[in-house]
Design a protein around this ligand. Structure first.
Ligand SMILES: [Zn+2]
Length: 244
């Protein structure tokens, strides 16, 4: 791998479970995949070697940028560590990841959120460790659909906790019975969820966890700003109360 320019993972980089999901999609079947709570889907996505290779490539590019005097841009206002991946030259690959791999899966699993083309993306690396970001509070993502892919390394803690899907109007409402669950990251595995699915990251207890976060967005859905609706059909403020 070179330190700049186009970069891609070969088809062999994907884990058998993910390849089976894509094959099911290609046959027109709904992929059989579950997750820690309804609305979140977990699967092995990359072979462990490929996850490590991607992380090493991100590190190589960040170090090369630092040598040129370019400071890595923080992912967003919620993180002090980590880096945006676009400025490191990963945008062509992230676009392919979003449009070729994530969008079809999201259309099948999260049709309420991925019905319109997911033609925009924002990709970044998060970096949890004792002397880096240690946790992350309750929030939603600025995405239609988010892919959260663990690249490494060795860690305890920093679990992802889901806290219910909510519309804009009910975003700060209480977490209801049956809609919270903890997801344990492991390198190569990913979880796919709606941006409106509230979540937080528990404190890291040991080691370092680094994940690629890909926010997949729809230009069409965002053209007119957020919808001005009192609630949305997929909002869990009511359904979770009924089923929890
Ligand atoms: Zn609502």
């Amino acid at each position: 791998m070179t330190g700049s320019g186009a970069w891609s993972l070969g088809p062999g980089a994907f884990a058998p479970e993910f390849r089976a999901l894509v094959a099911a999609l290609d046959r027109g079947e709904r992929p059989r995949v579950a997750g820690p709570v309804p609305g979140a889907f977990a699967f092995a996505m990359l072979a462990p070697d490929a996850a490590a290779e991607l992380l090493a490539e991100i590190d190589r590019r960040a170090e090369a940028a630092a040598r040129r005097g370019q400071t890595a841009a923080a992912p967003n206002s919620m993180h002090l560590f980590g880096a945006q991946l676009g400025p490191l030259g990963f945008d062509p690959w992230l676009r392919e990841l979003c449009e070729r791999w994530v969008a079809p899966l999201a259309r099948a699993l999260l049709p309420e959120f991925a019905g319109a083309p997911l033609d925009r993306h924002h990709g970044y690396l998060v970096d949890y460790a004792r002397h880096r970001d240690q946790d992350l509070g309750f929030h939603v993502d600025d995405s239609e659909v988010t892919l959260n892919l663990c690249l490494g390394e060795d860690f305890d803690g920093a679990e992802l906790n889901f806290l219910g899907v909510r519309c804009e109007a009910h975003r700060d409402g209480p977490v209801l019975a049956g809609e919270t669950a903890e997801y344990l990251h492991r390198p190569g595995a990913a979880v796919l969820h709606a941006g409106a699915h509230r979540h937080r990251v528990e404190p890291i207890r040991r080691g370092r966890r680094r994940n690629l976060i890909l926010w997949c967005q729809s230009a069409a859905l965002r053209a007119d700003g957020p919808p001005e609706r009192p609630c949305a059909p997929w909002c869990g403020a009511w359904t979770a109360a009924a089923t929890g």
